[in-house]
Design a protein around this ligand. Structure first.
Ligand code: AMP
Length: 283
């Protein structure tokens, strides 16, 4: 596996692959890799001739009081994992190369970026859309892989790709979970042992909502949201940020559940913010 730090070298490698008629799969990450990331890497390896993984903790998508400085990092371990997976290139640019002095250009996906996660994290999706746009321009992938864990992020990136006529097919893959149901996340290391024991309640609450809809026939979104909220409220150490039942295309709240809907939630456990979601499927 080649580790590439410089943007021109990354472009050169991909130019050669494309000249030879090979396809390129791309998995953008912030590192501190887990099985969720690796599910994306494996699908890329399956679909494309070459796979590029990026590790870049993007300062632009963190708020001033968020965890940019303490975000977990372990490059040596990540390199070992990605080599073992047979990844062709790890792209590991510096913040200085990505945002040199004089940098002025940002990508804003209006509307979709301001709700839910965006309401709690102003500027977050502007940072995400900007960095993903830059990474797509550098890596020129034929396919790019994202997790359903960040469902709103995927909706925004899909919109950006369509609106800006980008030549990439974006693919979303299911959430990978720990054996107790907690969605895997690099941020789970922030949890104390007590918080870690409580954390699976987030998924349990979403599953409760899913059962209400899919097994008990509830169609009133407000009732499902209320049931999820009151389940979470039983644990005093959980502070609910939002519970949302929305249309998976435009993220607008749903009143009556029909077809597919996204049930998503964000909570605080101590100072750690956790997100998770499930797809509701009504025949
Ligand atoms: P991150 O490193 O957190 O920026 O995540 C990089 C990519 O991995 C994003 O597309 C995430 O949605 C995806 N991802 C993170 N956690 C999971 C998970 N538990 N299951 C599947 N994909 C995930």
């Amino acid at each position: 596996m080649e580790i590439v730090r410089r943007i021109p070298r990354m472009k050169e490698i991909v130019r050669d692959w494309h000249r030879q008629g090979r396809t390129v799969g791309f998995v953008p990450t912030m590192g501190y890799l887990h099985e969720g990331h690796l599910s994306l890497v494996r699908e890329s390896k399956r679909m494309a001739d070459h796979t590029v993984v990026s590790i870049f903790v993007n300062p632009l998508q963190f708020g001033p009081h968020e965890d940019y400085d303490r975000y977990p990092r372990d490059l040596d371990r990540d390199v070992e994992i990605l080599s073992r997976e047979g990844v062709d290139v790890l792209f590991y640019p510096s913040a200085e190369d990505m945002y040199p002095p004089g940098y002025r250009t940002y990508v804003e996906v209006e509307g979709l970026s301001q709700k839910w996660e965006g309401a709690s994290r102003p500027g977050h999706f502007r940072g995400v859309a900007t960095v993903v746009c830059k990474l797509f321009n550098i890596v020129q992938p034929d396919y790019a892989f994202f997790g359903q864990k960040d469902a709103q992020q995927f909706v925004i990136i899909r919109r950006m790709v369509e609106d800006l006529n980008m030549n990439v097919e974006v693919i979303q893959l299911p959430i990978v979970r720990e054996s107790d149901g907690l969605a895997m996340s690099s941020r789970n290391v922030y949890l104390s042992p007590e918080e870690r024991a409580i954390a699976p309640r987030l998924y349990q609450a979403l599953q409760l909502g899913q059962r209400l809809v899919q097994e008990e026939g509830e169609r009133d979104a407000a009732k499902v949201v209320e049931a999820v909220r009151s389940f979470l409220a039983q644990e005093p150490r959980i502070r609910v940020d939002y519970v949302a039942l929305v249309d998976p295309q435009d993220l607008e709240p749903v009143e009556t559940i029909r077809g597919r809907a996204l049930l998503a939630a964000a909570i605080y456990l101590g100072s750690t913010r956790l997100i998770d979601n499930v797809i509701l499927n009504v025949k």
